[in-house]
Design a protein around this ligand. Sequence first.
Ligand code: G3P
Ligand code: MG
Length: 251
Amino acid sequence: MRQTKIYGHRGSMGITPENTLLSFRHALDSGVDGIELDVQLTKDGEVVVIHDETIDRTTDGTGYVKEYTLNEIQQFSAGIKFSHFELFDRNVWEKERIPTLAEVLELIAPYQIELNIELKTNIFAYEGIEEKVLAIVNQFDYADKIIYSSFHLPSILRLKKLEPSAKIAWLVLYELSRPSEYVESLELEGLHLHKDLLLQGDVQSADDFSIRVWTANDEKEIEQLLSTNHVEAIMTDFPKEAISLRHAIKV
Ligand code: G3P
Ligand code: MG
């Protein structure tokens, strides 16, 4: 049986500022098999790594990502708002910035881990984001380690049309009837399912596509998902703990 992979969700967002280089470094140090991150576009068309459409929740600034240039958006601290975390270190964390996708690829390239790039195109269209993401990935020798996902199906289909070898996965929150028909007809590499669809539902085993699950943080739930033999990867905010758990139960 294949070992279920552990992906750090937005890095190690349970203990470090999400979607920052600091958080990705922490996930890498924990020995993750992969990292999940979210991308949006700035006013000047730069691909930046941030979950929300606005910078209010995660930085000391306010406003939409799409209304700032890269230079402007990187003036704000992406770490200072996380002073409630045990590891908080003001002098270090306040210097964290919203990273570009290229900066993250540069950081992870030596590790050759998998990277799940989630295109946050379900609220704003971010016209051209698919081309831009592919162009950045092409600057690195990393394409085969990348899985592109989105809640907004047209976005990943567009990306696949631009780059037929790209692995695309659809983010699904609700139960699908006959999931393999979606996979086959849309040429998906996999489905990224909300954890409850597996924990409470009855997802058919998937020999012909990958199932990755988000976002599991509870020990019992992770244990249950690890013992399900058709989960390719578990995304978690606490990758270090999940890796220890996997080691302890030897699956
Ligand atoms: O990609 C899995 C997961 O990140 C999707 O939800 O809102 O955390 O980006 P969200
Ligand atoms: Mg995400």
